[in-house]
Design a binder for this molecule. Sequence first.
Ligand SMILES: [Zn+2]
Ligand SMILES: [Zn+2]
Length: 139
Amino acid sequence: MESEKTVCGKCPICGANVVKTLKGWACADSLLSEPKCQFFLFSTVGNRKLSDSEASILLSEKRILLDGFATREGKCFSSILSFNQDGSVNMSSQIGNCPKCGGILYTGPKSVSCGNFKRQENPCNFTIWRNIGGHTSVS
Ligand SMILES: [Zn+2]
Ligand SMILES: [Zn+2]
């Protein structure tokens, strides 16, 4: 009988197919009797469950912006997931550089804002509201 494992994407380390397992997504080459690869993506990242479609976007585009992560204090945050060189998941809220001042842009649940907004001298007010009313506006 054929294996019914669904292929969800490509392994970021070796490029083999990634299949769904009970606890997450595994490189097909890690399931061999003599594993050639160790890649495994747990289905829970940062106290948040990844859906199948989120995992396949992450596996095909190598990064995804997700909301709804929770800190231990229960605070909600957004994060960009990507892979480290060893295939482990890297979480970052830093999504790039501010076009106004070159500071670091951080993503939050509602907006992307510049990390320099709090600085004493010459604070930066760059903010992008994310998808409010179906469009993105820059202020
Ligand atoms: Zn692999
Ligand atoms: Zn800025």
